[in-house]
Write a protein that binds this ligand. Structure first.
Ligand code: CA
Ligand code: CA
Length: 157
């Protein structure tokens, strides 16, 4: 095989691999909702520690802490991965402005806050988003230093 043929073959394999939107590490239990894959880190950590851990879960697909962007994702994930779990929402200061963590920082427009949340009930430091305590598959803001499990995701759209 000539050099150019080899190069072409390698390129084709590269394209095929990058387009295949399936997890490479099946030591994690993955769930697919739409075009997004999710898994839950069972070890409890701070919000920022889960952000760092999620990068290592599926680096080939640039995995991040999980975001729940619509009703289908929110419902399916909270039914599948139960218990107190950090997700990728964070508040800028105490502004009441919430964003999704990721390659692009997006303002959160569709929300599933629990009744009375976000509450800042521990003081002004409840700046990170979690689920698992409140009824109805809804969100709660909590102190980022609290230790919870973590939701991770990657998307291929
Ligand atoms: Ca707050
Ligand atoms: Ca709260």
């Amino acid at each position: 095989m000539g050099f150019l043929s080899q190069l072409l073959l390698i390129s084709l394999i590269g394209v095929t691999l990058s387009q295949s939107c399936i997890p490479s590490n099946w030591n994690y239990a993955w769930v697919k909702v739409g075009k997004a894959w999710f898994t839950q880190l069972k070890v409890s950590r701070t919000w920022l520690q889960q952000v760092e851990m999620c990068k290592k879960v599926e680096p080939a697909h640039m995995s991040t802490i999980g975001t729940l962007r619509n009703k289908e994702e929110n419902s399916k994930i909270q039914t599948t991965f139960t218990g107190p779990t950090w997700i990728g929402g964070f508040e800028v200061g105490s502004t009441g402005q919430w964003f999704w963590w990721g390659a692009n920082i997006n303002k959160i427009t569709t929300t599933f806050w629990a009744s009375g949340e976000p509450s800042d009930s521990s003081g002004p430091n409840e700046g990170c988003m979690m689920y698992g305590y409140r009824p109805g598959r809804s969100w709660d803001d909590d102190m980022c230093s609290a230790l919870y499990m973590g939701l991770c995701e990657f998307r291929c759209d």
